[in-house]
Design a protein around this ligand. Sequence first.
Ligand SMILES: [Zn+2]
Length: 287
Amino acid sequence: MSNLLLAAVSVTSLFAQGDKVRIIAFGAHPDDCDIRASGTAALWAKMGYPVKFVSVTNGDAGHQTMHGAELARRRLAEAKESARRLGIEYEVLDNPDGKLLPTLEVREEIIRQIRGWKADVVLAPRPNDYHPDHRYTAVLVQDAAYMVVVPAVTPDTPALRRNPVFLYYEDGFQRPNPFRPDVAVAIDKVIDQKINALDSHVSQFYEWLPWVDGKLQDVPKGPAERKAWLKKARTREINPAIRASLVKWYGAEHGNAARYYEAFELCEYGARPDDARIRQLFPMLGH
Ligand SMILES: [Zn+2]
């Protein structure tokens, strides 16, 4: 082993809970993580970093005609297909959709998930959002931060030795404070893979969400046409704050060339990484 390789190995083991940086992402519903982080997840997965998406509810209320166990089964299958297309794991917890509360019981489920995955990075929504399940997922994950290292809490699952780094997904809500893109990941190389993952969630992107918006008639019929339609609907222009973050992490040339991105804001309740550690946790930055 060369000295350089030895140095790389020791730095990784210094920072990770195990041999390799491990990532877990939480969403309220079985498509939320996919919308906010599946491009970054695909990049991590390609580099050999284990990624797990967890839906805190089973999604059994998210459709205009189908609901209950039948819908929950369908959405679980869609989530598993998305995971297959991304090269990651996906677990759907059996809490009812539209009824999530930040109880101690669900907090313990989240603690077990983070510990069981030996996570170094935890992704979750911000706590101010239009949907109560999104808000409470955010609160539940915040409530698990730090508690994951306390052995007397949820003693059936061994505690982590280090508090992971917690980050929030991007959203457009302005109050009480707008999203701050501390980390912006260029996902141009995997944008089609991301859209392909979203395309797994047929019940959502081609049925339920267009129906809620009164746009069901706009959904194209052909598989290629609807994927192109989905890509257009789910990508947007890069605003100046995101562009500045891309330039910070990738340099002017690559940062200005990026067209597709995902961005994350550091949560104050997890470990506080410096820029060097962020580069270690997000090894795709700069590439
Ligand atoms: Zn959702």
